[in-house]
Design a protein around this ligand. Structure first.
Ligand code: PLP
Length: 225
């Protein structure tokens, strides 16, 4: 529990900073959500974040997310859980059951699995499309050139209302180029939410229109290996 005061303090500082950056960008100070990325963090740290008032959490693996939040979710009924890592179609059932937002929709096969699970379970997680803004071969996400057709297909074939776009810029490039591109793609396609920015680059993301930032180490400290 020795981390608990740190996490509460860092959360306060992050919220203050995000509010200030939002105001500088001419946006309401509460218009940007802090998503606490809890992957590979200890149980004690998760509980410290909850005690500090944090309710929105991001995870990048379904199994780990179930271990972290399956029981806690029953106690904390106002949690919002977001999947921010790649999703395999065969995990769609667990993902639909657990998450409130799935940020990594990027292919029709996954859309098909999600559609069937959403119908079966009667749950409707909000969906974001991950965009591979750097066209990196090893990275998930829809290519920029394929995004309009993909969004059309999501709507017409699967009946999905896409509420946001998400990106992870290439590590070796200035992130602002990618955040600005994602913001333009969202505007062009009438999409309201932008998940962009992590511990190292969230100020740039907020300045360029992020509606949620995904902060792991900057809130919790270093991850366990
Ligand atoms: C791990 C992760 C984060 C958080 O990264 P930090 O640098 O620890 O803030 C954000 N987004 C995604 C997709 C991640 O996998």
């Amino acid at each position: 529990m020795t981390d608990a005061p740190d996490i509460a303090t860092r959360r306060d500082m992050l919220l203050t900073d995000i509010g200030k950056l939002a105001a500088e960008a001419g946006r309401p100070s509460d218009s940007i959500k802090l998503v606490a990325v809890s992957k590979r963090q200890s149980e004690e740290r998760l509980d410290a974040a909850l005690a500090a008032g944090q309710r929105v959490f991001g995870e990048n693996r379904v199994q780990e997310a179930m271990a972290h939040w399956g029981e806690r979710r029953k106690v904390w009924s106002d949690l919002e859980l977001r999947l921010i890592g790649p999703l395999q179609s065969n995990k769609a059932a667990d993902a639909v059951a657990l998450f409130d937002v799935i940020e990594t929709l990027d292919r029709p096969k996954l859309a098909d699995a999600l559609r069937r699970e959403m119908d079966r379970q009667g749950r409707r997680p909000r969906l974001y499309v991950q965009v591979n803004t750097g066209a990196e071969t090893q990275k998930a996400g829809v290519l920029v050139s394929e995004l309009p057709a993909f969004l059309t297909r999501m709507r017409d074939e699967f009946g999905f209302e896409i509420s946001g776009l998400m990106c992870i810029p290439p590590v070796e490039q200035p992130p602002g180029l990618h955040f600005a591109l994602l913001a333009r793609l969202a505007a062009d396609n009438g999409i309201g939410h932008l998940s962009m920015g992590m511990s190292a680059d969230y100020p740039v993301a907020v300045a360029l229109g992020a509606t949620s930032v995904r902060i792991g180490t900057g809130l919790f400290g270093d991850r366990e290996v």
